[in-house]
Design a protein around this ligand. Sequence first.
Ligand SMILES: Cc1ncc(COP(=O)(O)O)c(C=O)c1O
Length: 449
Amino acid sequence: MKDDNFLRENNARHLWHPMAHPRDMQENPPKIITGAEGVKITDLDGNRVIDGVAGLWCVNLGYSNDAVKEAIARQLTDLPYYSGFGGCTNPMAIEASYAVRDFFAADGMARVFFTSGGSDSVETCLRLARQYHRLRGQPTRTKYLSLKRGYHGTHLGGASVNGNNRFRVGYEPLLPGCFQLPAPYLYRNPFDETDPARLAQLIVQMAEDEILFQGPETIAAFIMEPILGAGGVIVPPASFMPAMRTLCDKHGILMIADEVITGFGRTGHWSGSRHWGVKPDMMSTAKGISSAYFPVGAALMSDKVAEVFETAGADGAIFHGYTYSAHPVGAAAVVACLKETLRLDTAANAGPRGDQLFAGLQRLQDRHAIIGDVRGGHGLMAGIELVSDRTAKTPLDAAAIKRIHEATYQAGAMVRIALNNIVMSPPLVITEAEVDALLSALDAGLAAV
Ligand SMILES: Cc1ncc(COP(=O)(O)O)c(C=O)c1O
């Protein structure tokens, strides 16, 4: 291992960091995280803080789950890799497919296609949605509907349905035939609508207008996060996802629930869709599927979708896949992680701890005028929207938000900046005292500006 000074001086010399300017990373070196235990991380400078973001919305079990670590180590000894291509598979892949299918059986999911992460899972759903329609004799159904402020990863398909311009402009032209609806975002929406049910109605009406304008026979799928994460923890009105489900059915459009963040207990339910009482046609998952102990994701298909592929002729073959689809070590991580997720009943902890976090943030709003909006209250996903003027809702400038982020870290918690929001998604095993500590650190961070 290189010494500390070497690491500090060279961290961005050859390494390009995701979602960052390479020069900025050279001039303002990122934190070098060297260790982790429970829900806390340690950096090279010796700081030990609560990980208020679970890595990147993913380390749901925290950093010290021995059962998952041991399962991975065992699998590395038994079979470190074999491909799922060319008529081969491995025992752990089969077991993992049962574990994942069983986990989402109540959501109507029947089949599992393993990937290496969330972007892969989204891409898999988008591609298979087109193939599904082609197999049903509707090859003109190639377009996608999605939501502004939605985040669906960074592959070309995912970026095309993304609803945040920052992830799009440098990479255009993206896929043609992708249309974004306004986000079901109460705090800011084009209608200045503050009634949740009415806002949902307006956006669903816009969706139907767009579908009819494009021609329903041209639209393959609608994709949404049950709660929008990277867009700043936007919680849709309760009626929104069910109404979109009805609309998709009316026009023969597949509904893809992007559960990369919301799956596996984060919302206080085992899936975000279940939280809203919706059964999607496909689900993209990752993150909590292995609690990030190994890079894995999965695309899931309902019976309705599976049947079309499984009863098709030669065209039903899936010419899509990844070298690491159903990687045996990843599959072992999934089996162990889901067993632990159920044993620890992490969704049951996410509910009350999420309520505690949300209530604490509301108290902070009384003390800090820069908090324009507080969002959450549905498990362990929460966000505060920072403004310089509450009445005008002027977004707080980026430099001030960075100062709050750093001051919060120095006070004992890692949080995450998303646009002009600070978002939190701690491990689902976080305790009451640790949520209080996270809130105190954020309180101190907010006081810094
Ligand atoms: C909803 C959603 N979809 C897809 C992705 C992409 O996942 P990954 O970064 O694993 O490719 C993310 C990542 O945060 C996400 O939040």
